[in-house]
Write a protein that binds this ligand. Structure first.
Ligand code: HEM
Length: 378
């Protein structure tokens, strides 16, 4: 059966970006339409059916959390639970959800940001909203790390927090808002709905110094990436699913040019490489220029398995994305997720929930910040 890409269907979808983004994408898609016709191989042409399932390797990673040689666990760990705010702020989750929906309708890419923010918060020591702290009073903001380049929409987290504060002052943590907004953002993007535990507290410090060691880079080896995810209890299958978040959003040229200059990475589809070079014409992009490419040109605002289909057509954007297909441990999962969107959603939910529960702290070491950007004053 042919895998067909319905750009028309996407363009009539209500979950789509703003008009300006539409125009931008239309220009992008029309260029690719031609090359898609040539390049669009069916999954079955590339990988016969039997291979999709039969080739599954045993994952080498376990879902059990292992000691992380780099991060040290905070002493005051928190027990998360479903409906943690049922007595203290019964409407908390509903307020967050309504805010996420309202913001999404104004700025579609806020939903994209919430998913990335959860990853960058939780992967670095703890889901403790440390990423939201500004540089002030001896704190050096994590936002200044090169690894956090391109992160956006932080100001709208404050919008959500303000709405929650109005209903329940000093009750709902910023860390829970980061987690719940990612959950609700995923739904806005056509992703799965998840039951998520709450009860995280907010850190009183930034973990800027630890970011380089804990957050993988776009050109790290898959072996290293798998080991980083394993350290937070996520196995190879979960890692493949989580990287499916790159089915939405954008990548700035500075993170792409290594694959284009001086020579084009031979694992890149040549037509796609040509397109990317047009998007990123300078081998050394000025970091202040807003030059980027969307991660998925076909369904850019939908959290779906198009990402895996793109990988199979050698149209992964980051080196780390494309390695999912070339690595023998991860590639069977890529093929399975490319063939089955429900399976992708199932694994994505499972892994995102594990990530969202990484080392939550309690009130012995954390607090509920009044303003997500600052530690409460003593
Ligand atoms: C090995 C792991 C990962 C690496 C190296 C990585 C790297 C990157 C890079 C370089 C970008 C582009 C930033 C820019 O140029 O603006 C990006 C974007 C993004 N990443 Fe990841 N990422 C990883 C895993 C994840 C995970 C696990 C998630 C969430 C579950 C995620 C969610 C996103 C999202 C949603 C975007 C688009 C952001 C936007 O458009 O504002 N990433 N990632």
């Amino acid at each position: 059966m042919m895998e067909s890409v319905s750009i028309g269907k996407w363009l009539t979808d209500s979950r789509r970006p703003s008009l300006n983004e539409d125009l931008n994408i239309l220009a992008e898609t029309s260029f690719l339409a031609k090359s898609n016709e040539r390049q669009k191989l069916t999954l079955n042409q590339v990988y016969p059916d039997s291979e999709l399932v039969a080739e599954m390797d045993q994952p080498t990673n376990s879902t059990h959390r292992t000691a992380d040689p780099v991060s040290s666990e905070p002493s005051g760990m928190s027990e998360l639970q479903l409906n943690y705010y049922s007595k203290s702020c019964p409407n908390a989750e509903e307020i967050v959800k309504q805010q996420v929906i309202t913001l999404y309708h104004k700025h579609g890419n806020t939903a994209v940001s919430w998913i990335r923010t959860l990853f960058h918060d939780c992967m670095v020591k703890s889901c403790d909203a440390s990423i939201l702290l500004e540089s002030i009073n001896g704190i050096q903001s994590e936002k200044t790390s090169k690894k956090n380049m391109g992160m956006r929409n932080f100001k709208y987290i404050n919008t959500i927090k303000d709405a929650v504060e109005e209903a329940c002052p000093m009750t709902v943590s910023c860390a829970d808002i980061v987690a719940l907004s990612a959950r609700d953002g995923a739904v806005m993007l056509g992703g799965p709905h998840m039951e998520m535990k709450t009860g995280r507290k907010d850190s009183k410090e930034s973990h800027l110094a630890e970011i380089d060691a804990l957050l993988p880079n776009h050109n790290d080896s898959m072996t290293y990436v798998l080991s980083r995810f394993q350290s937070v209890g996520i196995d190879a299958e979960g890692t493949v699913a989580l990287l499916g978040a790159h089915s939405v959003g954008r990548v700035h040229c500075v993170n792409l040019v290594d694959r284009l200059y001086p020579d084009v990475d031979p694992t890149l589809d040549p037509d796609y490489a040509e397109y990317l070079k047009r998007r990123c014409p300078h081998p050394e992009p000025n970091p202040n220029d807003v030059e980027y490419s969307r991660t998925d040109l076909i369904t850019p605002m939908t959290l779906d398995n198009m990402y895996y289909k793109n990988l199979i057509n050698n149209r992964g954007l980051l080196s780390v994305d494309q390695q999912l297909l070339s690595n023998p441990i991860t590639s069977p999962y890529v093929k399975k997720m490319a063939a089955d969107n429900d399976y992708f959603h199932e694994q994505f939910s499972k892994a995102l929930l594990i990530l969202s529960e990484n080392n939550p702290i309690n009130e012995d070491v954390g607090e509920v910040r009044k303003d997500c950007r600052f530690v409460n004053s003593e």
